[in-house]
Design a protein around this ligand. Structure first.
Ligand SMILES: Cc1cc2nc3c(=O)[nH]c(=O)nc-3n(C[C@H](O)[C@H](O)[C@H](O)COP(=O)(O)OP(=O)(O)OC[C@H]3O[C@@H](n4cnc5c(N)ncnc54)[C@H](O)[C@@H]3O)c2cc1C
Length: 469
């Protein structure tokens, strides 16, 4: 087992830096138990690929990287297929192994770089399905036996404990394996269309239940990225469509944004780009059928950025989007788009303090059977869909004060006005008081946590602060 002391670690976004006393890379479950045995009384945290932007990733004392636990075992039970996966396995490796057996995951996010444990511990989601956490059937977890104080492995596969373990922020212990229900591979038909209003793009959801859409800053119109499952064969143009996405969107758009934001910083040029240039690059109405994996996963990790993502329920979405647009407008030195003068006065103190420069992606996430994922229900029988509104900045890490000012304000206001929850794995400035109001099952989660980890060995300073009821 590799073990290092005093190493400084950084997350993907370079907004979180930490220096654990010791960092270990166990190669087996036995070694995980040995680490727990050797570090009794210390605080222990695990990371995956460090793609989170929140302080959830910080390990102050003992840090574990489970990159060697990557086994994938696929089995059939009562006609259904299940994969039991080592917690350090990246989603892309799992998808590859599943594909070789004609299977795939029921839900994936925009990238497939994350580990299965990191993705599910923070409620990672895509569009039109539940988060990946929802599809977990069982979790194998290393923790201290409260009776003996010795490290043990417990398998959680039912009841409230499973709902807690599906999205646990690492607070129940060290996850060593996860069992997912899988589905047969499928194809998706997708195309892009432009809309002038939120209502129109939302109406299209009936026809394209897997869609996500983009609110374009400064033109404030919408592009529906329409997606629906399809039995049609893979399109002949699938390869050129992928090449278009890679060259124009994954690389081209980001290079232009990088240059405009980091070097030129002319707001008028950026506005012109979104109003006039970007629409010309969107291949509208090009309908293509391809494997779900090719369609759903993008190369969003190519350029360093920071993101906050706020979740509101369907009934709050129109007002929440209007509020986001007004806030971005005033922060960007413009009047409110809605013409709401009271709001303009409330926001006046922020006039010109942050200029937003990236499309705002909105994704529908179905209500999860979990306790604290962002799309967990508000009421126990709640089925209302959630919509995740994502705001990204590509500015240099040293020039992010404007983004943080904007994100702190927006998160607090949206929590109060619309009950908006912040993604646990993205920039998350919400306080314990706000989280306690936003997550009605937090108390239940904390009482399960107390059973697995009565002494708080698996928390860090940030989580001790924000998870209080
Ligand atoms: C470019 C990019 C694109 C993204 N796209 C999406 C997206 O489309 N949808 C979305 O919802 N999110 C998205 N995210 C967020 C990302 O999915 C989450 O932050 C996820 O947690 C990252 O996984 P990771 O393996 O890097 O975990 P890390 O960030 O390293 O860890 C996150 C947390 O998971 C827990 N954890 C990890 N492993 C274990 C374990 N073995 N046992 C116990 N706890 C553990 C720990 O608490 C840890 O702090 C994106 C992030 C980036 C950088």
């Amino acid at each position: 087992m590799q073990q290092k002391s005093g190493e400084t670690l950084f997350n993907f976004g370079r907004n979180v830096e930490f220096k654990p006393q010791v960092s270990c890379q166990p190669t087996s479950v036995e070694e995980v138990l040995e680490i727990l045995r050797n570090h009794k009384g210390k605080r222990i945290r695990v990371s995956g690929r460090l793609h989170s932007w929140s302080d959830v990733v910080v390990a102050e004392e003992v840090h574990l990287d489970l990159k060697h636990l990557t086994s994938v075992e696929i089995k059939k039970q009562n006609g259904a297929s299940f994969a039991t996966v080592g917690s350090g396995c990246q989603i892309k490796k799992l998808l590859k192994e599943l594909k070789s057996q004609g299977l795939t995951l029921p839900s994936v996010g925009l990238i497939d770089e994350q580990t299965v444990a990191g993705a599910t511990a923070t409620g990672t989601h895509g569009s039109g399905k539940n988060s990946l956490s929802h599809y977990i059937e069982a979790v194998e977890i290393a923790h201290y036996d409260p009776a003996t104080g010795e490290p043990v492995i417990t398998t959680i596969s039912s009841g409230l404990e499973l709902k807690a373990a599906r999205c646990s922020l690492g607070l129940l212990g060290v996850i060593v394996a996860i069992k997912f229900k899988c589905r047969r591979t499928y194809r998706i038909k997708e195309h892009i269309e432009k809309y002038a209003s939120l209502k129109k793009v939302l109406d299209a959801e009936k026809r394209y239940p897997l869609q996500q859409f983009y609110l374009m800053p400064w033109s404030w119109n919408y592009y529906g990225h329409h997606r629906v499952e399809s039995n049609e064969p893979k399109s002949k143009s699938a390869f050129s469509y992928r090449a278009y996405w890679s060259a124009i969107i994954d690389v081209g758009l980001h290079v232009v944004v990088y240059v405009l934001v980091k070097l030129l910083r002319f707001k008028s040029v950026m506005r012109f780009f979104y109003k006039r240039i970007l629409p010309m690059t969107m291949a509208r109405n090009w309908k293509v059928v391809d494997d779900s994996h090719n369609m759903l996963v993008m190369e969003h990790e190519l350029f360093r950025h920071i993101e906050i993502e706020l979740f509101v329920t369907r009934s709050k979405l129109p007002d929440a989007v209007e509020y986001v647009i007004d806030t971005l407008s005033v922060f960007g030195g413009q009047p409110t788009q809605s013409g709401n003068t009271q709001r303009r006065n409330e926001l006046a103190q922020f006039d010109g303090s942050y200029f937003h420069h990236y499309p705002i992606c909105v994704r529908r996430v179905l209500a999860d059977d979990t306790l604290i994922s962002m799309s967990s229900p508000i009421k126990s029988d709640g089925k209302e869909d959630w919509y995740a509104i994502s705001l990204i900045s590509y500015d240099w890490p040293s020039r992010r004060e404007g983004f943080f000012k904007f994100a702190n304000h927006l998160a607090a206001e949206m929590a109060t006005r619309f009950g908006a929850r912040a993604h646990w794995g993205k920039y998350n400035p919400l306080t314990a008081e706000q989280n306690a109001r936003l997550y009605p099952n937090l108390q239940e989660f904390n009482s399960i946590r107390a059973k697995f980890d009565p002494d708080g060995r698996f928390e860090n300073d940030w989580l001790s602060k924000v998870m209080r009821e």
